[in-house]
Write a protein of this length. Sequence first.
Length: 264
Amino acid sequence: MLLTEKSFRYALSENVRVIGALVIRSGVTRFGESRIGYLWTLAEPSIYVGMFLAMHGLVRTSLPFGDSAMLFFLTGVIGFRMTNLIARKAANGLSHNGPMLGYPLVKPLDTIVAAFLLETIIWMIICALFMFFMFAALERHIIVYPLEFASALLAICYFAFSFAVFNATFGALVPLWAKILSFSNMILMFTSGVLFVPSTLPPSLLAIVWWNPFLHCVEWFRSATYLDYVTVLSKTYLLSAATCFLVTGLALERIYRNRIISSE
């Protein structure tokens, strides 16, 4: 029993060291020594929000919800981009760290976990900075339901990781899947409630976009920043979808591990 416990602790410590090394490697690979990468990471959400604000000003339509267009679009952009980019970058961790899979200690899942941790840290910083900026600009509390906001972040991270595991493993087995995801990226954004309030859609249209799990990530994120936001959020559906992606991805990684490693 004691030997088994020691073996488990040793294996766990080795796994933590491997993932830590992969996190550092991913950070160096992504940003290098240039500060432009850091600046672009912060500027990208601002560009999206600015673009939507400009479109809103040119079209001169009524604000979908609330009294601040910047806050509405910011919560939509952050909610969607955080989920989407964490999932995409974490899934790419497998292909970007392909050469590392030649080492016996490095498993495909380790590369996904490392990339996920790096992206999560980056987006938590981005989220904190933008929320502080909105607090200073509007001079009011932005996060009106702190516990709900925290649970939204946890749910987003869980779904993003689960989706990344599925995309990385399934994509390694079916290369066409990466192209399908790339093609559907814009569709997912425009059906995720970034530019509109889903509850105001006609029932027939809502019945279609409701199945987009990214919409529920945005709805959960946004509902924590408004007192009277009417949401179509289904926490059960989002967490169930995330669990299905995770279980399927882990099963594929375990069954086809050798094939995945050889494909990288």
